[in-house]
Ligand binder design. Structure first.
Ligand code: CMP
Length: 140
Protein backbone atom coordinates (compact mmCIF):
# COMPACT_ATOMS: atom_id res chain seq x y z
CA UNK A 1 0.00 0.00 0.00
CA UNK A 2 1.20 3.47 -0.86
CA UNK A 3 1.71 6.39 1.49
CA UNK A 4 -0.79 9.02 0.37
CA UNK A 5 -1.96 12.47 1.36
CA UNK A 6 -5.57 13.63 1.55
CA UNK A 7 -7.28 16.94 2.26
CA UNK A 8 -9.50 17.11 5.32
CA UNK A 9 -11.73 19.98 6.43
CA UNK A 10 -13.19 20.21 9.92
CA UNK A 11 -16.39 22.13 9.20
CA UNK A 12 -18.04 25.06 11.06
CA UNK A 13 -20.48 22.88 13.03
CA UNK A 14 -17.51 21.04 14.55
CA UNK A 15 -15.24 24.06 15.15
CA UNK A 16 -18.18 25.84 16.81
CA UNK A 17 -18.61 22.92 19.21
CA UNK A 18 -14.86 22.85 19.96
CA UNK A 19 -14.42 19.39 18.45
CA UNK A 20 -11.15 19.93 16.55
CA UNK A 21 -9.06 18.00 19.07
CA UNK A 22 -11.57 15.15 19.39
CA UNK A 23 -11.64 14.72 15.59
CA UNK A 24 -7.85 14.99 15.29
CA UNK A 25 -7.52 12.27 17.95
CA UNK A 26 -9.54 9.93 15.70
CA UNK A 27 -7.17 10.58 12.77
CA UNK A 28 -4.07 10.04 14.87
CA UNK A 29 -5.42 6.90 16.55
CA UNK A 30 -5.99 5.45 13.07
CA UNK A 31 -2.39 6.12 12.08
CA UNK A 32 -2.91 9.25 9.97
CA UNK A 33 -0.40 12.05 10.55
CA UNK A 34 -1.53 15.70 10.40
CA UNK A 35 1.29 17.09 8.24
CA UNK A 36 -0.34 20.51 7.64
CA UNK A 37 -3.14 22.34 9.42
CA UNK A 38 -4.61 25.84 9.63
CA UNK A 39 -7.78 27.46 10.90
CA UNK A 40 -9.32 29.81 8.36
CA UNK A 41 -12.61 31.54 7.62
CA UNK A 42 -13.38 30.89 3.97
CA UNK A 43 -14.70 33.68 1.76
CA UNK A 44 -17.83 32.97 -0.25
CA UNK A 45 -15.77 33.01 -3.47
CA UNK A 46 -13.29 30.53 -2.02
CA UNK A 47 -16.06 28.13 -0.87
CA UNK A 48 -17.89 28.36 -4.21
CA UNK A 49 -14.72 27.56 -6.11
CA UNK A 50 -13.83 24.67 -3.79
CA UNK A 51 -17.27 23.06 -4.19
CA UNK A 52 -17.79 24.00 -7.86
CA UNK A 53 -18.38 20.33 -8.88
CA UNK A 54 -21.63 20.63 -6.88
CA UNK A 55 -22.67 23.97 -8.46
CA UNK A 56 -25.64 22.39 -10.27
CA UNK A 57 -26.93 20.55 -7.18
CA UNK A 58 -30.01 21.90 -5.35
CA UNK A 59 -28.09 22.10 -2.05
CA UNK A 60 -25.19 24.18 -3.46
CA UNK A 61 -26.19 27.62 -2.10
CA UNK A 62 -26.98 26.20 1.34
CA UNK A 63 -23.68 24.31 1.34
CA UNK A 64 -21.73 27.49 0.55
CA UNK A 65 -23.69 29.47 3.21
CA UNK A 66 -22.86 26.80 5.76
CA UNK A 67 -19.15 26.60 4.89
CA UNK A 68 -18.74 30.37 5.35
CA UNK A 69 -20.82 30.49 8.56
CA UNK A 70 -17.79 30.03 10.81
CA UNK A 71 -14.15 28.98 10.90
CA UNK A 72 -12.95 25.71 9.41
CA UNK A 73 -9.74 23.78 10.00
CA UNK A 74 -8.11 22.65 6.75
CA UNK A 75 -5.52 19.95 7.04
CA UNK A 76 -3.42 17.46 5.14
CA UNK A 77 -3.48 13.90 6.47
CA UNK A 78 -0.71 11.51 5.49
CA UNK A 79 -0.46 7.74 5.81
CA UNK A 80 -0.90 4.38 4.15
CA UNK A 81 -3.98 4.50 1.95
CA UNK A 82 -4.87 7.89 3.47
CA UNK A 83 -7.72 8.78 1.08
CA UNK A 84 -9.73 5.60 1.68
CA UNK A 85 -8.76 5.42 5.35
CA UNK A 86 -10.05 8.92 5.98
CA UNK A 87 -13.31 8.20 4.16
CA UNK A 88 -13.77 5.12 6.32
CA UNK A 89 -13.08 7.15 9.47
CA UNK A 90 -15.55 9.87 8.41
CA UNK A 91 -18.42 7.49 7.60
CA UNK A 92 -21.28 8.12 5.16
CA UNK A 93 -22.11 11.73 4.12
CA UNK A 94 -25.48 11.45 5.86
CA UNK A 95 -24.81 10.85 9.56
CA UNK A 96 -28.03 8.80 9.78
CA UNK A 97 -26.34 6.30 7.43
CA UNK A 98 -22.85 6.48 8.95
CA UNK A 99 -21.50 3.39 10.69
CA UNK A 100 -21.25 3.63 14.45
CA UNK A 101 -17.90 4.86 15.73
CA UNK A 102 -17.26 6.98 12.62
CA UNK A 103 -16.68 10.73 12.96
CA UNK A 104 -19.99 11.63 11.35
CA UNK A 105 -21.95 9.10 13.43
CA UNK A 106 -20.35 10.51 16.57
CA UNK A 107 -20.39 14.22 15.84
CA UNK A 108 -22.35 15.29 12.74
CA UNK A 109 -25.63 17.16 13.12
CA UNK A 110 -27.09 16.67 9.61
CA UNK A 111 -26.13 15.83 6.02
CA UNK A 112 -25.07 19.46 5.61
CA UNK A 113 -23.54 20.08 9.04
CA UNK A 114 -21.61 16.83 8.79
CA UNK A 115 -18.47 17.92 10.64
CA UNK A 116 -15.81 16.85 8.12
CA UNK A 117 -14.91 16.79 4.44
CA UNK A 118 -12.36 14.39 2.93
CA UNK A 119 -11.03 14.06 -0.63
CA UNK A 120 -12.68 11.27 -2.63
CA UNK A 121 -9.67 10.14 -4.72
CA UNK A 122 -5.89 10.61 -4.78
CA UNK A 123 -6.29 12.78 -7.92
CA UNK A 124 -8.78 15.10 -6.21
CA UNK A 125 -6.68 15.08 -3.03
CA UNK A 126 -3.75 16.58 -4.96
CA UNK A 127 -6.01 19.30 -6.41
CA UNK A 128 -7.71 20.05 -3.07
CA UNK A 129 -4.41 20.15 -1.13
CA UNK A 130 -2.93 22.60 -3.65
CA UNK A 131 -6.08 24.74 -3.25
CA UNK A 132 -5.30 25.45 0.41
CA UNK A 133 -1.59 24.82 0.97
CA UNK A 134 1.74 25.82 -0.52
CA UNK A 135 4.37 23.09 -0.53
CA UNK A 136 6.40 24.69 2.28
CA UNK A 137 3.38 24.52 4.63
CA UNK A 138 3.27 20.70 4.44
CA UNK A 139 5.82 19.12 6.74
CA UNK A 140 5.87 15.33 6.69
P1 CMP B 1 -18.69 17.02 1.54
O1 CMP B 1 -17.93 15.73 1.64
O2 CMP B 1 -18.04 18.22 2.11
O3 CMP B 1 -19.04 17.31 -0.01
C1 CMP B 1 -20.18 18.05 -0.41
C2 CMP B 1 -21.10 18.34 0.71
O4 CMP B 1 -22.41 18.72 0.38
C3 CMP B 1 -21.29 17.09 1.55
O5 CMP B 1 -20.10 16.81 2.26
C4 CMP B 1 -22.50 17.48 2.41
O6 CMP B 1 -22.15 18.06 3.63
C5 CMP B 1 -23.20 18.54 1.57
N1 CMP B 1 -24.57 18.16 1.25
C6 CMP B 1 -25.67 18.85 1.63
N2 CMP B 1 -26.77 18.25 1.19
C7 CMP B 1 -26.38 17.14 0.52
C8 CMP B 1 -27.07 16.11 -0.17
N3 CMP B 1 -28.42 16.09 -0.25
N4 CMP B 1 -26.35 15.11 -0.73
C9 CMP B 1 -24.98 15.14 -0.68
N5 CMP B 1 -24.28 16.10 -0.03
C10 CMP B 1 -24.97 17.09 0.56
Amino acid sequence: MAVERTLSIIKPDATNRNLTGAINAKFEAAGLRIVAQKRIWMSRAHAKEFYKVHAHRPFFNDLVDFMVSGPVVVQVLEGENAVAKNRELMGATDPKKAASGTIRAMFAESIEANSVHGSDSPENAAIEIAYFFAGYEIVG
